[in-house]
Design a protein around this ligand. Structure first.
Ligand code: AMP
Length: 125
């Protein structure tokens, strides 16, 4: 069910539980402020999620409230993940859904890293 990204952060969400170690994940990369893990329901041969460790609902929230250190760490982590999983060399897509209209389901900011196949047009018409 898509979420309203303007609501306050809800720390019972799935990614908050992963960050607290309450749920398992297949980690690709962990940095001081970010965690990357394989999507549980991959939509491409490469489908990794990168999340900040801080409590941010969406890109709006993160870009408004995160420290420069968190912003830099997250940005670098996404690039590092793309290189580590072999997406970088082939070409890849980054995607961050924010709110109901975009179909965001988990109310903790996440950037999808897709790769490993031709990815088709940006949006279906
Ligand atoms: P979004 O629709 O952008 O909010 O994407 C949420 C993503 O989280 C989907 O691609 C799900 O497959 C993925 N997901 C949900 N639960 C888990 C989990 N426990 N571990 C890894 N990925 C998950």
């Amino acid at each position: 069910m898509p979420i309203d990204h303007t609501q306050p952060y809800d720390d019972s969400n799935i990614f908050a539980r992963i960050l607290r170690g309450e749920l398992p994940n297949k980690t690709v990369l962990e940095t001081e402020h970010s965690l990357a893990f394989h999507d549980i329901n991959p939509l491409a041969p490469i489908h990794v999620l990168v999340i900040p460790k801080g409590a941010y609902v969406s890109w709006d929230d993160f870009s408004a409230r995160a420290s420069d250190a968190e912003l830099a760490d997250f940005s670098r982590a996404i690039g590092e993940v793309a290189r580590q999983v072999g997406a970088s060399a082939q070409g890849y897509r980054l995607l961050a859904n924010a709110g109901k209209r975009a179909g965001q389901e988990v109310p903790h900011l996440h950037v999808h890293v897709f790769g490993g196949q031709p990815l088709g047009p940006m949006l279906a018409r």
